[in-house]
Write a protein that binds this ligand. Structure first.
Ligand code: CTP
Ligand code: MG
Length: 184
């Protein structure tokens, strides 16, 4: 049971790093190019930039590739899924990283529609919507992989709990070292 959760965490780890990389690489042109929605508010807001999107996807995918190299060098049960071939994991990791950033942007879209300003928090959605989108993306694009590694109660419940705690912790750390203006 713990093994299954540990494996899912290891497999999902690249997606969990995507937003932190976006914080580090973000800035410049907003994805919505400053445009507004029908309600007169920004589509996504200045907190979602092309640089952050690209940085998040590329660097998170790189994390997955590093994991893969580690998995091939130190094969263990829990990383067997990444130990297969370099090529096999790449599309999964890329999809996961992209889904994480898409989920993050979807969260901003919903927040703007709720009338929340950039950086305002919506508890649970801020930390977990992206993971839900990652799960959905894996289930649709890589159903066998999803069923084999994610379709367990301990994963579907445990991974969101771990993600929530890590998200809160890393944002607090980013706030303390000054790369984020609010601690959430
Ligand atoms: N960021 C970025 N591009 C992205 C995602 C994040 O540039 N696609 C950067 C922005 O500098 C953003 C920071 O990472 O301010 C923190 O990300 P997040 O908390 O997701 O954005 P918020 O600023 O809180 O904006 P929102 O209210 O839309 O979530
Ligand atoms: Mg935020």
């Amino acid at each position: 049971m713990l093994e299954t959760l540990l494996r899912a965490f290891w497999l999902t780890f690249p997606a969990l790093t995507a937003n932190s990389f976006a914080v580090l690489t973000g800035g410049g042109l907003p994805i919505d190019m400053g445009r507004t929605w029908k309600d007169g508010r920004r589509i996504l807001g200045d907190g979602k930039t092309w640089r952050g999107l690209a940085g998040g996807i590329v660097l998170a995918t790189l994390v997955g590739m590093v994991e893969q190299v580690l998995a091939m060098s130190y094969p263990a049960d829990f990383n067997a899924a990444y130990a297969e071939t370099y090529v096999a994991a790449f599309p999964i990791v890329l999809a996961m990283a992209s889904a994480a950033m898409a989920g993050d942007a979807l969260g901003s879209f919903i927040k703007r529609r709720m009338g929340k300003e950039r950086g305002e928090s919506v508890p649970l959605m801020d930390q977990l919507l992206f993971l839900l989108i990652v799960f959905l993306c894996l289930a649709v694009l890589f159903p066998e992989f999803f069923v084999e590694h994610y379709l367990y109660p301990e994963v579907l419940i445990g991974l969101p709990v771990i993600t929530y705690l890590l998200h809160r912790g890393s944002n607090l750390a980013a706030y303390i070292i000054g790369v984020k203006s609010v601690p959430w």
